[in-house]
Unconditional design. Structure first.
Length: 235
């Protein structure tokens, strides 16, 4: 794995999107939803990077960064990438003065966030060796997040950006049941106007592309009353 990233974000959907993006990049991730938990996790886990939302409950992002860079010697040296819905110059400057290595203003694209994370890790020298093979394989599929390519039983599959993000999320955790809401969140930044019901259309189209018989799917399975899962074995 490349790095262990601590994500401190009180918006659970945003935190889950960041976590999935990190996993797709080959990182590991720990997610917390308030500042006190972020400080505790930073002390215990010594992550390679903290992705830190400014508007955290209990202790805000400024307070977390102040402790990591000041009174807590165990936190010193951990890179911090701040996320803020505030665009005021004073807030950005205060974050940087407290020791943040970089910042992003919401809303942001997951792709740009991952690029910023790579840059901060590279500058800090804290990332571990890069994976030799970034391709995620499950159920006869090979999903390449670097090349944005999908192969099914060795044959290339043309996917829309939203379809690719759905497959990327599901291939990373085969056999996990995803709700429509979770799969919709995976497409954010690529399919902004979609609703949860649009996920059904994406799944239907994907089945036409990767199933021998889309009417009797063996890979993309429906879990009635919950959502969908990717079968972990080859059909």
């Amino acid at each position: 794995m490349c790095a262990h990233v601590l994500v401190a974000e009180d918006d659970e959907m945003q935190a889950e999107l960041i976590r999935r993006s990190l996993l797709a990049e080959g990182h590991t991730a720990t997610v917390v939803h308030d500042g006190a938990a972020a400080l505790d996790a930073a002390r215990r886990l010594r992550p390679d990077l903290v992705v830190l939302d400014l508007m955290l409950p209990v202790v805000d992002g400024f307070g977390v960064c102040r402790v990591l860079r000041g009174s807590d010697p165990d936190g010193d040296g951990i890179p911090v990438l701040m996320l803020t819905a505030r665009s005021e110059e004073d807030d950005v400057l205060l974050g940087l003065e407290l020791g943040a290595d970089d910042y992003m203003t919401k809303p942001y694209s997951p792709r740009e966030l991952m690029a910023r994370i790579r840059t901060v890790l590279r500058r800090s020298g804290r990332s571990a060796s890069v994976r030799e093979d970034p391709v995620i394989r499950a159920a006869g599929l090979a999903v390449d997040p670097d090349r944005h390519e999908v192969r099914c039983d060795g044959e290339p599959v043309e996917c829309t950006p939203a379809e690719f993000q759905i497959l990327l999320a599901m291939a990373g955790e085969p056999e996990r049941v995803f709700t429509r809401r979770q799969l919709l969140q995976a497409t954010r930044g690529f399919d902004r106007s979609s609703t949860e019901r649009a996920v059904d259309v994406h799944i239907m189209n994907l089945r036409k592309k990767i199933e021998a018989d889309p009417r009797r799917p063996a890979r993309l399975l429906t879990v009635f009353g919950v959502g969908y899962k990717l079968s972990g074995g080859r059909p």
